[in-house]
Design a protein around this ligand. Structure first.
Ligand code: R5P
Length: 294
């Protein structure tokens, strides 16, 4: 039987993935010392191939702990270690926007390549880089998509919302999802001037829609969604909901969304959050079951 090691804060989704691939799920124990350092303890007896599952939102401490766990697993004889990180951090800084800036995406790619044999994630934010494999050329890197479960969720809804992407970049997943569910769709134009300084222009819509679902890969400060939702409400749309793959929710995001008039936020469980409605376990388990697990 394969073994999946998970960390406490991502316990429920990890155990569900393990169940769906018939792997034994065991927890990596982490003790936080009063000074902020971490002590990591993994099970002593490991098979030669293992999966480590951890979602990497607010990642800095998690990355160090993951490194300790992976290195210790090698010490204990693990030959093949696959990281399942349903949310993969530091993918947005894919170039130096100003002289001297670290290209986090590349450095994190190298960090994982030194620890794991395979990295599996969901809807990694890849913009100027064509594939996750290009970020981690020395190991196997797999970028799955939540489009299937998201489409299933939308198809199960009673009414048929217009799907709106808040920027041109979102066209890839908005189009794919809309076509799967035969929904009308469009994307906004977005100009970002700073972390919380975002301007959005709505597309022309053929008709007046009662419900619009703004759909994006990441909700971080919430500013992108809030600005788009505010414009839709102003234009007279009755119900404006947001659907995101990765509910990062930086401090203040909820307040912004509420003020903008958003009715409901729905997310997948790549990051544990109160808005989680869609499980991505089937996407990950389908991948492992297809390739015969480890
Ligand atoms: C950016 O290109 C992404 O697709 C999201 O639109 C962005 O990360 C959302 O960020 P925020 O919630 O901070 O506006």
């Amino acid at each position: 039987m394969d073994m999946l090691l998970y960390f406490e804060e991502y316990g429920r989704p990890s155990r569900e993935i393990a169940r769906q691939i018939s792997a034994k799920a065991l927890e990596v124990k982490v003790h936080h010392f009063p000074d902020g350092e971490s002590l990591v303890r993994i099970p002593e007896s490991l098979p030669s191939g293992i999966i480590m599952c951890r979602s990497l939102c607010r990642p800095n401490d998690k990355l160090v702990e993951l490194m300790f766990a992976a290195r210790q697993a090698r010490q204990l004889g693990a030959e093949k270690i696959t990281l399942v990180a349903p949310y993969l951090c530091y993918m947005r800084q894919d170039k130096a926007f100003h002289p001297g800036e670290a290209v986090s995406q590349k450095i994190i790619g190298e960090f994982f390549s030194g620890l794991f044999d395979c990295v599996v994630t969901v809807d990694a934010h890849l913009h100027r880089v064509s594939s996750l494999q290009a970020v981690m050329p020395d190991i196997k890197a797999v970028n799955l998509t939540a489009a299937g479960p998201v489409s299933d969720f939308l198809a199960s809804q009673k009414d048929r919302p217009f799907l709106l992407g808040p920027d041109e970049e979102s066209l890839q997943w908005v189009k794919r999802t809309a076509e799967k569910c035969s929904l009308d769709y469009g994307v906004c134009r977005k100009i970002r001037r700073g972390d919380r300084d975002v301007e959005v222009e709505l597309p022309l819509m053929k008709q007046k829609y009662q419900r619009v679902m703004v759909i994006d890969d990441i909700l971080s400060t919430g500013k992108t969604m809030a600005v788009a939702a505010g414009l839709l409400k102003k234009a007279g749309v009755k119900k404006v909901d947001c659907l995101v793959t990765h509910p990062v929710f930086a401090p203040g995001a909820w307040e912004l969304l509420r003020k903008s008039g958003v009715d409901e936020v729905i997310s997948t469980d790549t990051i544990p959050h109160e808005t989680n409605r869609i499980s991505i376990a089937p996407v990950i388990s389908e991948f492992f079951n297809r390739q015969g697990c480890l």
